[in-house]
Design a protein around this ligand. Structure first.
Ligand code: NAI
Ligand code: MG
Length: 497
């Protein structure tokens, strides 16, 4: 394995040596000896070579996770699991800027955004620390003749296979290992091949925090090999997956062998509805950043922008102007507001949709083409794009693009927009902008989606559940329900007469 020549280190984690995987507390090469490259999407430069795990490594990791689950970890008291999570939170806090920079380097998001996830990342770890000491069953009265006591116990589900995407590696990793540590599960985490670095650095911090060997294992590799092996593995009790609905469908099939539990946080085509009575000065940047943030690479991005017809032209033009005002560039530049797309593959996908939009007759008000001037040519930059004259049946109004692309669609009245907003196979996020409380209440109930944001977008908190309706998946992350997803319920009966 060649070491990468690096005259000036860009990041302390990037020392030029190939990154190994964490199995059973040991940093190992892949059994095959293979590695893959992870690149910086702003420059196309190779950041590091990473051990390429496959089925054999997944086997080893699952065995280690099983041993750890059956070992002393199963007797760790809630209080111990809580203090482990709090220690990890403190370490993440101490190293936060370094972790944020690693996310930016590996997947491109602006440093203002990755640093801005600080409160949420730390909040999640500390929330799960609280949940660790809040797990409880119930004493339930029964009506059997004779005397029986009945109560429930909550037990960790076991070995969790966590498969995460690349659009927020740090928070995605925390979102999987947080509830696992809180409940006493063990984890084998497979990062996305596009952005494996932050999960590996976080695994180092888990070790430093004192997470026992085998409790958290990280096996980087490709989806079709390492990911598929993990989803199908009979030694895995639950798969927690975040990614595309197509892969979600494969995960369900792969899980059938041992009927493991599955939770799926998938994509969307979320509606964002702007009424003429809204505070438009707030709605313009709100609706803009609902899609342009993270270059549109957010599962709940509000990509179908429904605008009341009497303000449609003006509002769409204002969002386009707002998009044009955003600074596109290398995420490491503190002034950057929109970074590159994560990979050449995603660039092809998104520019493909830009072409489809034009062919379908949509009118680009801003953006619409890849940026190639100067240094931009090295990276995968697409500027904020607003398409006007979009019809509901166009592919750009139906399919997840996962780029900074808004499809602006006019509507006339509230009943109509409810029907049209719900006319999608997805149901993850949704937004609406209005000063009218009745409209707000009506839509909040009528929209078939896991989250409704009113006069805001993308508000998230570790205590508030997040997840999908319809083809956006099932299961919830954040909140008490998230922890329940990692627990089994056991009913205990005692005859007492
Ligand atoms: P993907 O769903 O293929 O990848 C997500 C994760 O699943 C990665 O870790 C990948 O290695 C793994 N994976 C892939 N195939 C697998 C398989 N057969 N078995 C088990 N694991 C597998 O998504 P990808 O290819 O990165 O992006 C494609 C599209 O998916 C995007 O354009 C976007 O529309 C959507 N997406 C949605 C995300 C979300 O947050 N809901 C995140 C990433 C992508
Ligand atoms: Mg990368």
């Amino acid at each position: 394995m060649n070491e990468i020549n690096r005259s000036s280190p860009v990041h302390p984690f990037l020392d030029g040596k190939p990154k190994r995987m964490l199995i059973d507390g040991k940093w190992l090469e892949a059994a095959s000896g293979k590695t893959f490259e992870t690149i910086n999407p702003a420059t196309g430069e190779v950041l590091a070579r990473v051990a390429e795990g496959d089925a054999e490594d997944v086997d080893r990791a699952v065995e280690a996770a099983r041993r750890a689950f059956n070992g002393p970890w199963s007797r760790a008291k809630p209080f111990e699991r809580q203090s482990l999570l709090l220690k990890l939170a403190d370490l993440v806090e101490r190293h936060f800027d370094e972790l944020a920079a690693l996310d930016t380097l590996d997947m491109g998001a602006p440093i203002s955004r990755t640093r801005g996830s600080r409160l949420r990342a730390l909040g999640m770890l500390r929330y799960y620390a609280g949940q660790a000491v809040s797990i409880h069953g119930e004493t339930i009265e029964n009506s059997l003749p004779g005397e029986y006591a009945s109560f429930t116990l909550k037990e960790p589900v076991g070995v969790v296979g966590a498969i995460i995407p690349w659009n927020g590696p740090l928070t995605a990793t925390i979102w999987k290992i947080g509830p696992a540590l809180a409940t006493g599960c063990t984890v084998v985490l497979k990062p996305a091949e596009e952005a494996p670095l932050t999960p590996l650095r976080l695994a180092e911090l888990c070790q430093e925090a004192g997470v026992p060997p085998g409790v958290v294992n990280v096996v980087p590799g490709y989806g079709e090999t390492a990911g598929a092996a993990l989803a199908a593995h009979r030694g895995v009790d639950k798969v927690a997956f975040t990614g595309s609905h197509l892969t979600g469908q494969k995960i369900i099939q792969a899980s059938a062998g041992n009927l493991k539990r599955v939770s799926l946080e998938l994509g969307g085509k979320s509606p964002d509805v702007v009424f003429a009575d809204a505070d438009l000065d707030a709605a313009v940047p709100g609706a803009g950043m609902a899609v342009f943030a993270n270059s549109g690479q957010i599962c709940s991005a509000g990509t179908r922008l429904f605008v009341e017809r009497k303000i449609y032209e003006e509002f769409a033009a204002r969002v386009a102007a707002y998009g044009k005002s955003l600074r596109v560039g290398d995420g490491l530049d503190p002034n950057t507001q929109v970074g590159p797309l994560v990979s050449a593959e995603q660039l092809d996908r998104v520019t493909g949709y830009l072409a489809i939009g034009r062919q379908e007759g949509a009118r680009p008000l801003s953006g619409g083409e890849r940026l190639t001037e100067g240094d931009m040519a090295r990276g995968y930059f697409v500027p904020p794009t607003v398409f006007a004259d979009v019809r509901d049946d166009m592919r750009i109004a139906q399919e997840e693009i996962f780029g900074p692309v808004i499809s602006a669609i006019p509507f006339d009245d509230i009943e109509e927009v409810i029907t049209r907003a719900n006319a999608t196979s997805f149901g993850l996020g949704s937004g609406l902008w209005t000063r009218d409380v009745s409209k707000a209440h009506k839509l909040a109930r009528a929209i078939r989606a896991g989250s409704v944001w009113i006069n805001c977008y993308q508000a998230m908190d570790p205590a508030v559940p997040f997840g999908g309706y319809k083809m956006s998946g099932y299961g919830r992350e954040s909140g008490k329900q998230h922890v329940e997803e990692y627990l089994n319920v056991k009913s205990v009966w005692i005859r007492t007469d």
